[in-house]
Ligand binder design. Structure first.
Ligand SMILES: O=C(O)c1ccccc1NCC(=O)[C@H](O)[C@H](O)COP(=O)(O)O
Length: 253
């Protein structure tokens, strides 16, 4: 039986990558946290380990300077580069810049697939037309979409409201799945459902949205003594449960 692929972020060490792949994770997501710290040998080894083990690596550079991004891709050689800077259909210039960067990546690295996060508001806060307009602009220069939750507004207007300023992601909150489902129906490229995906809700998300894959970060991270997710540290048991629930839903749907 085929089931949606499972992508897990934030895997920052070879040991954790091995553990995740052994559990059955298909796409291993890693994050280069800043342009300044982009030459990270441990992270480079993590991406290389994923390739060696036959899984798919996805890499987020948390910066968008073209030269720095191209240099990063040359050093890391991931299967997928994932862009998640905060765009919306009302900010034309940011979209043009994003497309120019994606075009530069495609020209220089035709073998690296481009994943683009599509920001979708919380349930009842999302504007489906704005989401589809933005997706239509980005689709010709993208290979995969990832829905992700943007805080406040329709497709989100305030950068400062996002957990990482200027980027969409790691909210631990679901987006409007009706709008995500419309994107899946409309899109000609595969769509991965992200934003607050957990072992508890992934089956419902798969059945409602019908995505190509699911992505989880915050709700599969380890937690501290107060129950707060720890960035860059996974909880293997929760990842295992998420995979099982994804397969269960995939078999039903
Ligand atoms: O992980 C990061 O540091 C990060 C920072 C800013 C944007 C995205 C980031 N990470 C990865 C992802 O794209 C997540 O998998 C995604 O945001 C999922 O959301 P959630 O499961 O709610 O954390």
């Amino acid at each position: 039986m085929t089931h949606p692929i499972v992508q897990i972020y934030e895997i920052q060490t070879p040991e954790e990558a091995r553990k995740m792949i052994a559990l059955g994770v298909d796409h291993i997501g890693s994050v280069v946290p800043s342009q300044k710290d982009r030459h990270d040998p441990v992270l480079q080894e993590t991406v290389a380990t994923v390739r060696k083990m036959g899984a798919v690596s996805s890499l987020i550079p948390l910066y968008n300077d073209t030269d720095a991004v191209l240099e990063t891709l040359d050093e890391y050689r991931p299967h997928i580069v994932h862009f998640c800077d905060h765009l919306n259909s009302g900010r034309e210039r940011s979209i043009e810049e994003a497309l120019a960067l994606q075009e530069a990546v495609r020209r220089r690295f035709p073998d690296i697939r481009i994943m683009r996060s599509i920001p979708i508001g919380r349930p009842g806060m999302a504007d489906d037309q704005a989401v589809l307009v933005l997706a239509a602009r980005l689709e010709p220069m993208s290979d995969l979409f990832l829905t992700d939750t943007v805080l406040s507004g329709t497709t989100g207007s305030g950068d400062t409201e996002q957990p990482v300023n200027g980027f969409v992601g790691i909210t631990g909150l679901t987006c409007d799945w009706d709008v995500a489902a419309k994107l899946v129906t409309w899109s000609r490229i595969p769509v991965i459902l992200a934003g607050g995906i957990s072992p508890e809700n992934v089956a419902a998300g798969v059945l409602q949205v019908g995505p190509f894959g699911v992505d989880s970060c915050t709700c599969t991270n380890a937690v501290d003594d107060t129950g707060r997710p720890i960035r860059f540290k996974k909880d293997p048991q929760r990842v295992e449960k998420l995979i099982a629930e994804t397969c269960r839903a995939g078999d039903k749907g």
